[in-house]
Design a protein around this ligand. Sequence first.
Ligand SMILES: Cc1cc2nc3c(=O)[nH]c(=O)nc-3n(C[C@H](O)[C@H](O)[C@H](O)COP(=O)(O)OP(=O)(O)OC[C@H]3O[C@@H](n4cnc5c(N)ncnc54)[C@H](O)[C@@H]3O)c2cc1C
Length: 465
Amino acid sequence: MASDSGGTPPGPPPGVRILVVGGGYVGMYTALRLQRKLKQRLRSGAAEIVVVTPDPYMTYQPFLPEAAAGSISPRHVVVPLRRVLPHCTILVGEARRIDHSKRTATVTTLATDEEGTGAVEITYDELVLAPGSVSRTLPVPGLAEHGVGFKTIEEAIGLRNHVIEQMDIASATRDPAIRDAALTFVFVGGGYAGVEALAELEDMARYTSRYYHNIKAEDLKWILVEATGRILPEVGESMGRYAVGELRGRNIDVRLDTRLESCEDRIAVLSDGSRFPTRTLVWTAGVKPAPLLAATDLPLNERGRLVCTARLTVDGAEHAWAAGDAAAVPDLTAAEPGRETAPNAQHAVRQAKVLADNLVAAIDGRPLKEYRHSYAGSVASLGLHKGVAHVYGRRLKGYPAWLMHRTYHLSRVPTFNRKARVLAEWTLAGLFKREIVSLGSLEHPRAEFEIAAGKRPRPDDGDCQ
Ligand SMILES: Cc1cc2nc3c(=O)[nH]c(=O)nc-3n(C[C@H](O)[C@H](O)[C@H](O)COP(=O)(O)OP(=O)(O)OC[C@H]3O[C@@H](n4cnc5c(N)ncnc54)[C@H](O)[C@@H]3O)c2cc1C
């Protein structure tokens, strides 16, 4: 049966049906490789690949901080799955339950109503489980009400709009308390997501403040709260220390060995006793496996990751495969036994390759390979022309590290089309001034019409502080 990319829920499997759950790093790269390796079988109907994904695109997460800073447009941070996977069936929806003993997944799609009517059941022969991770929150009072994560393109662009909007609020108000809260930005979590997001946004806001008659860069208060004694563990201790110095040199208040205790009533209370009224609380203090995993009959470890073998099969389950943030894969290169590979893109991409090769080998009755990759190090951007890197034992900082960060990610972002567009944007950004507008109203496109139709009151002047 010829494969269909129209998104219609598939019927009974024609040949071998491979169900890929998740369209992120692992999902997309696995499907890409399977599509290439099974080309003939996909054409003849002897195989079918179905990708279930909540969004019809893969997000290149390392570019989210640059998207938030406005250095890359949002649509260039994502890869359209229908375009790169023309021989797969892309089903936009969310797997809610997997009964692997019956080889069945229950998927809600855009056509599913609140009662769950319209959810589809998909049967499969081989399962690739790659739903990644979600923000790991803690029961901090006020966090659920006032915090925002930094894992999706919507969050990154929403945060950019929000930061600029806070500057507009601060510029417009005569109330010093409102101004102070608007210009205070608290980030919790010193991994690369939090540090890069804070550093890029601070850089953007610093530049933007030039265009405000009553806001100076020094008026903005940026606070990074980190529970351990270091930030950016991925780049090693000395480069982590350098990053702290670099951020503090920009007047960013980096608080190590400190936790967020609460943020009720929009006041961030830290474990060192300090209190910051703020309208911006970004939570990037780690990730946990996607909730879907708890709704399967597959084995999970104590941290909720799927227990996997080094061949990227789910331990003890036949015809089930997993990799990436959701999978506890033994790290065969670690000095101490029992270590798992870390949840990062470096492992996700390489595991996807081995997973796809092993899956095809299993179908063909050939032996499987083990995943083995020693971590090559990491690069992180600390804003325009600033960065830090520790790769293959080499340490770089400042401009060379930033250049390496850009070169590395340009080489990694999928498809030639995306690479060309990102490069063009960076080049143009070097020639012209930075964009400084907030398009926050895009998030409420019907608001103006509802006001005009009398369905919603026009905000009076008192509300616009
Ligand atoms: C801001 C940021 C910056 C980062 N920078 C770096 C970096 O510089 N270097 C690095 O190595 N790593 C980086 N990472 C980490 C890296 O992006 C992740 O480790 C990687 O994306 C993991 O790949 P994955 O396929 O397991 O998960 P993801 O890429 O997150 O993909 C999971 C997919 O599954 C989908 N999904 C979830 N639940 C379901 C469901 N029930 N049904 C169907 N689909 C589902 C999700 O929507 C998503 O599309 C960064 C992460 C962030 C957030």
